[in-house]
Write a protein that binds this ligand. Structure first.
Ligand code: MG
Length: 285
């Protein structure tokens, strides 16, 4: 059950507590989201709640895993040369373009995502992205893309540098579910890194959900999601209505595709690779 303390009270207390320690902290921003959406279970917040506390800003170091070469057991998904690992959602040639070794979204209708041709088990994914240097739009309409795991679970990409929006929709958020621990975003046009560990949900033979999907996200060297469960599919993608509550609708295999979201903004990508997490105590060779 949500606490009975009014959210305004929480915000005021939080403000007092954090203001003493952090000068760059931002707090509840009215008018940024919705309050007529479902309450997220286990929280006091609505889906895309504009009054949810804005994550504290942390300035990343200059580099972290930028241009990190792939490990020996990684599958290289994009190395600047071609899109041989990718296809459109309906299995055709991708519509995105490669310019000087960089992959760029070609804005369309918001449905022209890229999808890997192959599926991957529980994985470690390295992705580098840059939101447009030329700032256009506000909120969700500025530098929006995303890592759509199996087309179901979105780790949001957004220009979240001086661009307030509902916290569960900013960069590093599990969209519509969990804001990032902190705002680790670099300025528009700057290359940023996501290093993501993802464990698929599991169902038993009878179709009962046994474990939820779990994700850890490091953005620009800063932990923004710490072994966090997805409550289910995230809203607004691939047929899940925007502003609806995340849910697990049907079992799927642990092997999943990776999608890069086309959200009408020319976000750029480079150096994408993925490797299996594997298991402990497996024999080597
Ligand atoms: Mg997105």
């Amino acid at each position: 059950m949500p606490p009975s303390i009014p959210r305004a009270g929480i915000s005021a207390l939080s403000c007092l507590a954090f203001a003493a320690a952090f000068s760059a902290t931002a707090f509840a921003e009215p008018g940024l989201g919705y309050e007529d959406t479902p309450i997220i279970p286990g929280t006091q917040w609505h889906v895309h709640d504009g009054l949810r506390p804005q994550p504290r800003i942390v300035t990343p170091g200059a580099t972290f895993s930028d241009l990190a070469p792939p490990p020996s057991d990684a599958v290289v998904l994009f190395d600047g040369k071609d899109l041989s690992q990718w296809e459109s959602l309906d299995g055709h040639e991708p519509s995105w373009k490669i310019v000087d070794g960089v992959l760029e979204v070609v804005p369309a209708n918001g449905q022209h995502h890229l999808k890997t041709k192959t599926r991957f088990p529980d994985f470690q994914l390295h992705v580098e992205f840059a939101t447009p240097a030329e700032v256009k739009g506000d909120g969700q309409y500025r530098g929006n893309s995303g890592i759509l795991i199996n087309g179901m679970y979105e780790v949001q990409i957004l220009d979240s540098f001086n661009n307030p929006t509902y916290p569960d929709g900013q960069a590093g958020a599990l969209y519509g579910q969990t804001p990032p621990l902190v705002n680790a975003s670099k300025p528009p046009g700057a290359w940023q890194t996501y290093d993501i560990a993802f464990e698929s949900p599991r169902w038993d033979a009878a179709g009962n959900l046994v474990t939820k999907a779990v994700v850890t996200v490091i953005q620009n060297g800063i932990l923004v999601q710490n072994h966090r469960e997805f409550f289910g599919s995230t809203d607004g993608i691939n047929g899940i209505p925007h502003k609806s509550l995340g849910a697990y609708h049907a079992p799927h295999p642990p092997e999943v595709v990776i999608e890069l979201q086309e959200h009408k903004n020319p976000v750029r990508f480079r150096n994408i690779w993925i490797r299996p997490i594997g298991a402990y105590d497996l024999p080597g060779k």
